[in-house]
Write a protein that binds this ligand. Structure first.
Ligand code: PMP
Length: 407
């Protein structure tokens, strides 16, 4: 592994030089979305400047150029997550659409009345609501793997919940609110011992932890481009061929068909079967460059850098009187949720903002976690490899100031 030169790589992100309210921006809302390196922005610009054309169907020069630029990204994703087959990489709008795709198509094929789907107590709304909708549609039950007060999955309870009614488990790799890194390998092993497939919501994992879908043996993996230094509007669903082949298509339209008549339509092969309509071409190309960027830094180097920063930040914040960390799992990613005494998180967030410090406040699309802890929300500082210890010091100073003003 290699130590990242953070000061140097910050130069790659134009927005990090921004000032807000006359103060240098301290961007600590990376779990919501990460910033984009110039190379990603330029690649999208280049596409519109010199390749713009619709893909997959044109015989002309530009269309073929655009198609190949876009399809190369599928290969990059395949390599990045180590998928066995290229056609196991489906492009979507993001994690939300990837999960909805599985919740619709897998369940239409496999879910029957009396069956159940397992999720966990720390899921993002996008890994709750699609399953609720599917369960309602098919007469199945949604069951929730509990967590403990530290925000860790209760593995004993999970083991006990595995029975013949369970048709699929959908679990987040990393909690966007608590930072918990779940033992996904163990979950998948136990599930597979009973032939139950597992979907991993990797929205908060791909940009922080090296991911190898074959090594994990995950059945489905969902993630978003915009949380990994890429653009919004593009994401990935990885699915094992054996599942994707059996699933009916998601949306109907162009590209997903082989032949269409008013009497009967035949569907295209994977992956196009699940990719109806003109995709987000520029965004896909941007995602490819984001992957290049992350790979050039090295995911293990990113993990090590962020982990050191997490330790530094946790120790520094711990010095603040009345601070309470929400989420104290032994295995944590670089996201810190906290409260100070009974001050409303929103009020802290507003004062931090005026100091140039961007954090997230609220329920972070995880209302059940807030209900579990009996709190209205948290202040969440989510770190990225381009954050510095000086920025953490500013977070701590601004939080102290907020505590003093509001306490
Ligand atoms: N799952 C998790 C764990 C997330 O953090 C997010 C984004 N906050 C999502 C799913 C949804 O991702 P998107 O909004 O990009 O579809």
């Amino acid at each position: 592994t290699r130590k990242l030169d953070v000061q140097q790589l910050r130069q790659d992100f134009p927005i990090l030089q921004t000032e807000v309210y006359g103060k240098p921006l301290v961007y600590l809302d990376n779990a919501a979305t990460t910033q984009k390196p110039l190379a990603v922005i330029e690649a999208m610009n280049d596409y519109y400047t010199s390749s713009n054309s619709n893909i997959h169907r044109g015989v002309h020069y530009l269309s073929q150029k655009a198609t190949s630029e876009y399809e190369i990204v599928r290969q990059k994703v395949q390599r990045f997550i180590n998928a066995e087959h290229l056609h196991e990489v489906i492009f979507t709008k993001g994690t939300t659409e990837s999960i909805n795709l599985v919740a619709n198509c897998f369940n239409r094929k496999f879910l029957k009345p009396g069956d159940s789907i397992l999720i966990s107590a720390m899921e993002h709304h996008s890994n709750i609501v699609p399953w609720q909708m599917a369960c309602e549609a098919h007469g199945a039950t949604l069951r929730v793997i509990p967590m403990n007060e530290k925000g860790e999955l209760q593995m004993d309870a999970f083991t006990d919940m595995l029975d013949e009614t369970v048709k699929l488990i959908s679990l987040t790799y990393v909690s966007n609110t608590l930072g918990t890194i779940n033992p996904v390998r163990e979950v998948i092993e136990q599930a597979h011992a009973q032939d139950i497939p597992v979907l991993i919501d990797a929205a908060q994992a791909v940009q922080h932890i090296p991911l190898d879908v074959q090594d994990l043996d995950a059945d489905f993996v969902a993630f978003s481009g915009h949380k990994m230094c890429g653009p919004t509007g593009i994401g990935v669903l990885y699915g094992k061929e054996k599942w994707l082949d059996q699933m009916p298509p998601y949306q109907g339209g162009g590209d997903m068909i082989k032949t269409v008549s008013f009497e009967k339509t035949t569907y295209n092969e994977l992956p196009l079967k699940f990719e109806a309509g003109t995709p987000a071409i520029a965004e896909g190309i941007g995602l490819g460059v984001a992957i290049d960027y992350l790979e050039q830094l090295g995911l293990q180097n990113i993990y090590d850098t962020e982990h050191a920063l997490l330790t530094y930040a946790t120790n520094a914040l711990r010095q603040i009187d009345g601070i309470r960390f929400i989420g104290q799992a032994a295995q944590k990613s670089a996201s810190i949720s906290f409260l100070i005494n009974d001050i409303h998180p929103f009020d802290i967030g507003e004062i931090l903002d005026k100091q140039g410090v961007a954090v997230r406040t609220g329920h972070h699309c995880t209302e059940p976690i807030m209900n579990f802890f009996g709190i209205p929300g948290t202040v969440r500082a989510s770190l990225a490899f381009y954050n510095t210890t000086e920025e953490i010091d500013k977070l701590v100073a601004a939080t102290k100031k907020a505590a003093m003003m509001l306490g």
